[in-house]
Write a protein that binds this ligand. Structure first.
Ligand code: GDG
Length: 485
């Protein structure tokens, strides 16, 4: 692999990696859960550089000087620049256009998608503000790595302001078929914005192909799917799948550290003493993650397999998310009600069969829970990749657990030894759960070994190296200061 003496790197995301919240006891810094941030923070800690994001915390202004601060606080490694949004901008850009429009549409839940001209105007305005702040703060000739559906106009706007920058944009969620994409009233503007990048990354080859299909409909654009190039306004935009992954070795080291190993062993001892198996699910409380469908599968399992009723503890970590959006608040209260009903129905003396953690868990503990678990269930209706699936596999150093993985998660393309589940078939999911719980030890271990070999070769570092290598190719033609080893 190339070792690059790289130009400075600037990451741009809508949500920030560290949020400062005002509390009774002063300011508390919180590290946010979420796929994008979990993937990029370790990288930035390693490389240093700049990160531009919306400063959404109540204490964010206080901890900044000139709109920025170094993070993480204990061991400052890179500079976080915060863009402060007013409530109307948050509503239009974030809650409405991004999360009630683009998010459901790209996950093919088109009846949920809502678009309005007002929300689009806020979306455009906020993208413009992100572009200006990035243009102001990015060092000369920097590489900018921006992210996701909230910032699709950014690459085009940034290119106009700072032609010296080399731009990569990664789309973390699925790219829908062309006719679905065209339901976005401003689909052309968004495509033109994205095509401002030099490199456009997607989770799967199918996403990249569908994007090229959509891009080719722009007047004057042409796509070469074999080369993975879109020709647009005299430029070549490289379009490619870069399946995101996890820090495989980092997770393996973490779960074998004294503290986390002890935590996992404690849980294991507790389970073993009671003859219990641990079935775990971890997700943001988002309707695309199939939380309610998953609960339905668990109910069917309890009905169909009475012999297991007293031998399984279900644990769900459901992290509240996007609570500014009414659908998310509703989903969260449904989840709470359904979980309580589950426990009422299947109550057993002394202990509920279902434990719910309705908030974020510290990452080390989360990985410890993964290590201790017998089964993990990912029942996403549709998912760009799903990092939880890969984290679970990475954390299984005792080669015990079985992964049940939705066929429609991007991760299913690589993790073929998982038991596939159809997210809309709770009966099938219940049977797969039974199969997982009764699977012989050797088979469980063998399946995990195959998946772990894959992750060892395709880890987070590889993901970023591939994207940087693509940027390197682009910048060769721009006379960047790059030295091969
Ligand atoms: C988007 C795409 C794509 C969850 N709960 C806690 C916690 N998490 C961490 C997990 C994982 C991340 O959040 C969730 O990642 P996912 O990939 O499952 O999902 P999205 O947030 O929807 O991410 C997705 C991803 O972007 C990356 O490209 O895979 O398809 O939708 O890392 O571990 N972390 C901690 N406590 C929790 O309670 N510390």
């Amino acid at each position: 692999m190339l070792r690059l003496e790289m130009p400075p790197l600037v990451v741009v995301t809508s949500r920030e990696p560290y949020v400062d919240e005002r509390t009774k006891h002063g300011i508390r810094t919180i590290q946010k859960a979420g796929g994008v941030v979990s993937a990029l923070d370790p990288l930035m800690q390693q490389l240093g550089g700049h990160w531009v994001a919306w400063g959404s915390g109540s204490g964010d202004r206080e901890t900044c000087q000139d709109g920025s601060r170094m993070v993480p606080a204990k061991n400052p490694r890179y500079r976080l620049h915060r863009l402060f949004l007013d409530p109307e901008e948050v509503q239009g850009f974030y809650a409405s256009y991004s999360n009630q429009g683009l998010w459901p549409l790209c996950h093919l839940l088109i009846e949920r998608a809502q678009f309005s001209e007002d929300a689009y105007l806020q979306y455009r305005r906020v993208n413009q503000r992100f572009a200006r702040l990035t243009a102001e703060r990015a060092p000369k000739d920097a590489w900018v790595f921006s992210h996701d559906y909230q910032l699709s106009l950014l690459p085009g706007m940034l290119r106009a302001l700072r032609p010296d920058l080399t731009l990569a944009h990664f789309w973390h969620i699925p790219w829908p078929p062309r006719r679905v994409w065209q339901l976005v009233p401003q689909h052309r503007q968004l495509l033109e914005g994205l095509l401002g990048a030099d490199v456009l990354g997607f989770q799967t080859a199918a996403d990249a192909e569908q994007f090229m299909g959509a891009a080719a409909t722009l007047p004057g654009a042409s796509a070469d799917p074999v080369q993975g190039i879109v020709h647009w306004r005299g430029r070549r935009v490289r379009v490619q799948a870069f399946p995101i992954s996890v820090d495989f070795r980092g997770i393996q080291a973490l779960v074998q550290s004294v503290r986390v190993a002890r935590f996992a062993h404690r849980i294991r001892r507790w389970l073993d003493r009671r003859g219990q198996k641990l079935v775990i699910a971890v997700e943001r409380a988002d309707y695309t993650k199939g939380c309610l469908q998953r609960l339905k599968g668990w109910e069917i399992f309890m009905r169909r397999h009475p012999e297991w009723r007293h031998q399984v503890t279900f644990l769900q970590v459901v992290v509240p998310t996007r609570m500014e959006v009414p659908e998310y608040r509703q989903l969260f209260s449904h989840l709470e009600a359904r979980s309580a009903a589950f426990n009422r129905q299947w109550a057993r003396p002394g202990r509920p069969p279902l434990i719910t953690i309705p908030h974020e868990v510290d990452r080390a503990r989360l990985m410890g829970l993964f290590r201790a678990a017998d089964v993990a269930i990912i029942q996403s209706l549709f998912d760009g990749m799903n990092l939880v699936a890969k984290e679970f596999v990475a954390s299984q150093v005792d080669h015990r657990g079985v992964l049940l993985l939705s066929r429609t998660a991007g991760a299913a393309e690589a993790l073929k030894e998982a038991l596939p589940i159809h997210p809309l078939d709770p009966e099938g999911a219940a049977e797969s759960l039974y199969q997982a719980l009764t699977m012989p030890k050797e088979e469980r271990a063998e399946r995990l070994r195959v998946m772990q070999r894959y992750l060892a070769e395709h880890d987070l570092e590889g993901w970023i190296e591939d994207i940087l290598a693509a940027l390197y190719d682009v910048s060769l033609s721009r006379d960047a200061r790059i030295v091969a080893p």
